[in-house]
Design a protein around this ligand. Structure first.
Ligand code: SAM
Length: 266
C-alpha cells in the first residue's frame, strides 16, 4: 500500500527522525502529561508506548515510576531514545507482545500515521490486561499548527495527488474515538481535549518541521518544484504572522485523547 510505504520511508530516514526529534519534541511536550493522566499511568504500571518516536512519553512514564517499553518501527527513532528505556522495533498493527500483559497502552500522535488505525486499536485492546486502559492522542481538526501548510497548498492551487490514506483529522471528530474504542473491544471512556500554544523558534523552524520532520506533508512539499516550494514557504510565513510572540511563535494547537478500558473478567 502506497501510504504505508510513504510513512515507513519517511520515519526510517535518519534525517527525518533527527529533524522530528530536534523540531517537534518541545512542541508536543504539553500533551504528554495529559496523555499519561488520561491513561491513569502511575507508579509500577507496565506501559506500552506505541509509535514512541524519540521517546518523550516513555521517559515521562518512567519519571512517574512506571515501567515503559517504547515501540516504534523506525530504528533511527528508537536509537534516539537515550538510555534506560527498553525498546522494541515493531509495527503498531502487529504487536509482538503477549495478550493481556501490560497495564496501559499509550500512543502520542501515532494513530494518524497508521494505514489501518482500527487494527492498531484492536492490537492495543488485545495486549492490555483486563481493567487496563488504552489512550491514543491525535491532532484536533482545529489545530492551527497542523492546518497552515495544507491550507497554504490549497490556497496556491498546489495540492498534489497523495496516496489514499485514513483522514488525518478523522479521530479528532467528536464521538469518533468512542465508536472506535467500542469496535476494538474496549469500554469507551470520555475523550479529552488538550489545548495549548505550541512554541516554535521562528518561521524557518516551522517550515522545517514539515519540510524535513513529517511524513505526509513532507511528501506533498517534496513533490513540488523548487519554485513552488519557495512560493509555498512564503505563503506559510504570511499565515504565521498573527502568531508572533516576541521573537518566537506561539501557535494554537489541540489534541484529542481517545480512551478505552478493557472489561474485567465477569
Ligand atoms: C509523530 S511521531 C510521534 C512520536 C512520539 N510519540 C512523540 O510523541 O513525539 C510518529 C511516530 O510513529 C511511528 N510510526 C508510524 N507508523 C508506525 C507503525 N505502523 N508502527 C510503529 N511505529 C509507527 C514513526 O516512526 C514515528 O516515530
Amino acid at each position: 500500500m502506497a501510504f504505508a510505504r510513504l510513512e515507513r520511508d519517511a520515519w526510517t530516514d535518519p534525517s527525518v527522525a533527527a529533524a522530528y526529534h530536534e523540531l517537534w519534541t518541545q512542541f508536543v511536550a504539553p500533551a504528554i502529561p495529559r496523555l499519561l493522566d488520561s491513561a491513569l499511568v502511575g507508579s509500577g504500571d507496565r506501559v506500552l508506548d506505541v509509535a514512541a518516536g524519540p521517546g518523550p512519553v516513555s521517559r515521562a512514564a518512567a519519571a512517574r515510576g512506571a515501567d515503559p517499553v517504547a515501540l516504534d518501527f523506525s530504528l533511527p527513532m528508537l536509537r534516539s531514545i537515550g538510555p534506560n528505556v527498553p525498546r522494541v522495533r515493531a509495527d503498531a498493527m502487529r504487536l509482538p507482545i503477549r495478550s493481556a500483559s501490560v497495564d496501559r497502552v499509550v500512543s502520542n500522535l501515532g494513530l494518524l500515521h497508521f494505514p489501518e488505525p482500527e487494527v492498531a486499536l484492536r492490537e492495543a485492546a488485545r495486549v492490555v490486561r483486563p481493567g487496563g486502559v488504552v489512550a491514543f492522542s491525535v491532532w484536533g481538526a482545529e489545530a492551527k499548527a497542523l492546518t497552515i501548510v495544507p491550507d497554504s497548498l490549497r490556497a496556491l492551487g498546489l495540492s498534489s495527488t497523495s496516496p489514499a490514506a485514513p483522514g488525518f483529522f478523522r479521530f479528532g471528530e467528536p464521538g469518533t474515538f468512542e465508536g472506535a474504542m467500542r469496535t476494538a473491544g474496549l469500554i469507551p471512556l470520555p475523550s479529552e481535549r488538550v489545548e495549548w500554544s505550541g512554541p516554535v523558534q521562528d518561521p524557518a523552524a516551522f517550515w522545517r518541521m514539515f519540510r524535513s520532520g513529517s511524513a505526509r506533508t513532507r511528501a506533498s512539499i517534496l513533490a513540488l518544484s523548487e519554485a513552488d516550494q519557495l512560493r509555498l514557504q512564503g505563503e506559510v510565513e504570511r499565515r504565521l504572522k498573527p502568531f508572533r510572540a516576541g521573537d518566537t511563535l506561539a501557535i494554537p494547537t489541540t489534541v484529542v485523547v481517545g480512551r478505552g478500558r478493557r472489561a474485567t473478567a465477569p
